[in-house]
Design a protein around this ligand. Sequence first.
Ligand SMILES: Nc1ncnc2c1ncn2[C@@H]1O[C@H](COP(=O)(O)OP(=O)(O)O)[C@@H](O)[C@H]1O
Ligand SMILES: [Mg+2]
Length: 258
Amino acid sequence: MAQDPFSNQAPIKGVKKIIAIGSGKGGVGKSTVSSNLAMALAEKDYKVGLLDADIYGPSLPSIFGCFNQRPEVNKEDKIIPISRYGIKLMSMGFLVEEDQPVVWRGPMLFKAMDQFLRDVEWGELDYLLVDLPPGTGDIVLTLAQKAPIDQSIVVTTPQTLSLSEVKKAIMMFKQIGVPTKVIVQNMSGMMVNGERIDLFPTGPINNIKESYGIPNLVEVPFDPKIGMSAEAGIPYFKSLKENTPAKDTYKDLANLIG
Ligand SMILES: Nc1ncnc2c1ncn2[C@@H]1O[C@H](COP(=O)(O)OP(=O)(O)O)[C@@H](O)[C@H]1O
Ligand SMILES: [Mg+2]
């Protein structure tokens, strides 16, 4: 019999729950959702770590305004994550220069994911959020083989193309035994003068939710301040004092998870 590919899974010491954030397409808002969910969970007093598993296109260092930082190593040779706003962060972006491409293939990726999980001093965490690269490739499968992912959140925009790709992400998680707890439809309309307008022709998100048996749907509106705060290096959730429709949806998401 073939060896069970998930037999190498081992819990990460001190980490209670691992949540993966994935999508079919790139640029749909995974890193934005991951960062703001991390902040919303931290506001609820959970201890949160955020692992940027997008090895080829790390974006958490810039969202959190810390891409020049280099993590230190402790006496036990463990990498100390960078702390920002109470969140413990780890990303390939802390290990390579900003303009250097990562040109690794299979085995090195495998090793890097392993190190991010095991050789980082995550400490005690209620949640380790893993911001995945788009699609259903090597990194996601490696991660699933290395660590027990408790649940996933999939992110899509309302366009038909993104929706059809997100089905693949849901199916991939299903195949590796990870339940998808929430589907996030990002950039889901925008409020203009108190009225909601659609930015894109919208597809059948509710049908997907029903037919794939996803228990929750969260719709995050488009808000120009989200992009601006990412450029400024402060997660949107943290940059605002007031509540906004988008901020409320991140809180809803945190309530569904935590
Ligand atoms: N709800 C939103 N409103 C406005 N801009 C957004 C929203 N969500 C994401 N963005 C912007 O869209 C771009 C892509 O988001 P990102 O989170 O990097 O996507 P991914 O990680 O899926 O590639 C970024 O510039 C981000 O600031
Ligand atoms: Mg990303």
